[in-house]
Design a protein around this ligand. Sequence first.
Ligand code: FHN
Length: 483
Amino acid sequence: MKTHFLRITVCLLLQAAVWLPTFSQTQHLLPADQEIPLEYGAERLGKRTDAAMQKFRDNRLGAFIHWGLYAIPGGEWKGKVYPGAAEWLKSWAEVPANEWMELMKQWNPQNFDAKAWARMARKMGVKYVKITTKHHEGFCLWPSQYSEYTVAQTPYKKDILGELVKAYNDEGIDVHFYFSVMDWSHPDYRYDIRSEEDEAAFRRFLEFTDNQLKELASRYPTVKDFWFDGTWDASIKKNGWWTAHVEKMLKEMLPGVTVNSRLRADDYGKRHFDSNGHLMGDYESGYERRLPDPVKDLKVTRWDWEACMTVPENQWGYHKDWSLSYVKTPLEVLERIVHAVSMGGNMVVNFGPQPDGDFRREEKELAAFIGRWMDKYGECIYGCDYAGWEKQDWGYYTRKGDDVYMVVFNPPYSGRLVVKTPPETVLQEAVLTNGGGKVKVTETARHEYNVDMPARNPGEPFVIKLKVGKTTGGTDKYREALT
Ligand code: FHN
């Protein structure tokens, strides 16, 4: 009786929460006996274990492409430069949709070369690329038969998405589709549902969106992932059933396809994690321009996750002036990639191509820098996971099977790298990857070692592979002090 009362109270509270605009996406696992029944909650508990999901995970490093009409003004409207995200310019400058869509007349990227983009991605070492099929503005990079705002209606005419899918796939790179549900160009889109008219319009909008998604899945069947965005509005939270339906529909059409958590809302409008605290979709995609907290969020190893990051502070689409905010150095970007993998996640680095179809110099240099490093040390990234060892100040651990990698970003003045192994583990050998040979290992205390730095400073973050064994007992020379 008490439990029944509690359930009803929880349900009422959750229903009320749907109407709160700031309803947060926290993850609180309810005790099993207090879980509430959900029709549109998580479709499974725990991580997916199939081969397609394993491939998603093993890829670890991806690139994001934000390319749309917003690249043309590049953050400037009628002589005024807006420092906010360039792909939101329509909103910052309050440009009406029809005026914004006039930009289509200028969409003619003469330097666009899908094969060159794919070569750049391969050389960077990315294993997948997420492409904005349609961002919030509503312009489609493919010739959608359901919209008048597509590449087909521009001077360029050609199917950009199709060219990219082919070029990336030819280079062995998986393609993921970014898709914004929120569509500023569509008259039936609603931010909230407050009337019967809203309801009818939004129903039409959801049907239109279903059609576009089915079109994408059937035109480009090699797509490996759908990454949804623009799903935070009350209208979508009140239609959690639809988000569950989309996930199901795409998975039926494309067996193995992965879907991000951001699409999903449950029966009560709870997003990412359902009302019982279970992750919806296949991986958590809320880590945008930030990584999980290494201490608080180590629970992230319980589910798959992917982080994405911009190179300037917050520019996804092309902005002509990167001096308006801090721009991360290639080394900082690299460190975030390694940091993400060390916590068991994927990292996607964003690129915002220019309106002419080329990449800005800084992005080309960044891709080349990351690629050179990945070429030498990529074995500590691809297929790697959280190692479970106590983090040390010199950098990060990653792990692949029995191999543990030390990725050294901050070599200490002492010239010795402290390693603390978990119980029952002994460190047998330390070898520099990239053909560097062995480095000396000295046992200093129980489960503690010093690993020597390489004789010659590599002058860049470097990687040491550790060979690990099990303890065999023996005398206890490391007795604790009697104090
Ligand atoms: O509003 C968008 C933004 O423009 C960009 O696409 C990012 C990428 O993760 N997502 C949204 C904000 O969460």
